[in-house]
Ligand binder design. Sequence first.
Ligand code: HEC
Length: 258
Amino acid sequence: MFKLKRSAALAALCLLAALPAAAEEIGARAKGGFAESFFLEKVPRAEAKATAERLAKAVIAARLIIFAYAGKFVDPNLGDKGFSGEVFETQWRAALEPDMLDATPTQKRLYEKLIWAGRQVIENNQDRLNFKGVGWKNFLPAKWEREMGGVFTAKTGIVIKQPGRAYRNPVNVPDDTERAALIHYVKAGHNENAPIRKTEKWGKQEVYRHMEPIRLMPPCLPCHGKPKGELDLVNFEKDGLETGDLIGLMSVSLAVSD
Ligand code: HEC
């Protein structure tokens, strides 16, 4: 018996020794490579700040348009919600029009790509939104933004995301810079709303970063409010937060060119 165990242990040791030294942690992130922002859209340095601000503002405007339909979305008796990609685009363009008027050519191109990405996501969710007989359809401004961000990044290389204070979707995990910004806003309290701006290197590429707080409003509280730990209607534990508290960030990262 002892002999058997010993030979099994020896065999295991031999196997370990046979593994190449380079095989480090399995499932770890690959080293090197290029950030997606190496490709496609780059924003002239002088326009980086205003462009990131404009993109963040445009996404917040879209979130509000979608939020206004929240009551309709959860009506189980209503089939077609009348919120087609076209309806959404028309409303979004109306909200963006004043800003689009004096945009630079780069910014105009990015507005168009942003609107295109946002519309794609609304169109892609029509079956879900218009489903009859079910109240909760798992569609929220945050879901639209996550999916739109994926499409927009694929089209431009510019990253738009909403890292969460206690993120529900893993796509919204903050990176180190975003985590520092979240901590800053939590510590600074309700009145600190000035965006955090930073320039970083992603690989060899200079990247301009813009982060601003997303704060809770009363309609957000059934899921993100009190009591902390109680399950919300999607079975996540509530955050235990109040109106005005920080829940996440609007985060825009874009490659800069000279
Ligand atoms: C019905 C419950 C519910 C309500 C109400 C709600 N949220 Fe959320 N929130 C979620 C869920 C679920 C996600 C994950 C969405 C996804 O990515 O699919 C989320 C994600 C988020 C995120 C991204 C970070 C993360 O957790 O993944 C932010 C920011 C956010 N919500 C803010 C708000 C704000 C602001 C409001 C009010 C305007 C609000 N939420 C209302 C459930 C809710």
